[in-house]
Design a protein around this ligand. Sequence first.
Ligand SMILES: [Zn+2]
Length: 315
Amino acid sequence: MRRTTCLAMLTLAGVTAVVAANEARQERFGIRTLEIADNLYVLTSDPAEQGMRTGGNTAVFVTASGVTLVDTKIRGYGEDILAEVARITDNPVTTIINTHTHWDHSGANTEFSDTVDFVVHENTAGHMASTDCDDGAGYQGGSIKNCEAFTGDDARFLPRITFATRTSLFSGADQIDLYYFGRGHTDGDTWVVFREARAMHTGDMMARKGLPFIDADNTNGSATEFGQTLQNAVDAIEDVDTIIPGHNDDPLTWDDLVDYAAFYDDLLTRAQAGAAAGQSVEETVAAYSVPEEYSDFQAPAGRVEQIVGLIYEGR
Ligand SMILES: [Zn+2]
C-alpha cells in the first residue's frame, strides 16, 4: 500500500544577481522548498532554471531537539539553507548527514556551526580527509571529492561520527536509519530513511530517473556493483513510500526505485552479454536502447558509454 504524498510548495526564493559569500560563484540560484511530511522538507532547485543550480537536494528534518540536514548543496549556499530552515522552525541545525563526499552535496558544510554533529559513511569520511584532491574534470566549483574544503582551520568540520553498514540516530518518531549497501556512485553512499515519514534520501544512488554518473576514478564508485547495491536497498528497506532523490527537482516513489534497479540491471546484463560475445564497447553502446517498460528513464549517450566502458573493464 502506498500513501499519496501531499507536496505543498512553500517558497520559491527569487534569483538574486550578486553573491557576497563566495566570489567564485557567479549567480545565486533560488531554493525551492517542498513539504514531504509534517516535520520533513526538501530544498530543491527551481525547475525553470537549467543545470546544477543549487546542487544536490537537501532534506530538512525537524525534531524537538534540533534540525537534521541531509546534504548541504554547493559551497556558498549555507546561508540560503539556513534562511529556508528559519522559515520552517526556530530550532537550530544540530546534525548534518552527507550522503557522500561530492562538492554538490557537502559543499556548504563549513558554513554551519562547528558544533554540528557531522555524520557520514566511513569511506566518505576518508575521502573528505584525503589530501589527494583530484579536481574532477568537467566539474565546476571545486574538487569532486571536496576534500579541499576541510583543510587547515576547516579540518574541524570533518565528520567525527561514522558508520560501516548500519546505524540509527535519535528514537521514536525522530528515528533516522542510515544504511550502506555497497559501492555504486562512490564507495561511501549513505541511504537515509526517515522512519515515521516513510521517506528516504538516496543521494546520488538515485539522482533522478536516468542512468547514473559512476565516480570510479575519484571515489571508487563501481558500475559492476551499482545494480546489486540498488537491489540490496530494495530488498532490505521496508515501509518507504517517498524517495528524495539526489538531484531530481521533485520527489519520486518507492516504485520508481524498484524500477530503477531493474532498469540498471538490464544495461548491466546487456553489457556483460556483449563482452562475452566479443562485441566492442562501441558495438554494445550502439545496440543499446531504453527498454519500453522503462521509457520514462533517461539514458544520455555519455552515460551509456561510461557505464558500458567500466563494465567491460570490470570496474
Ligand atoms: Zn555525487
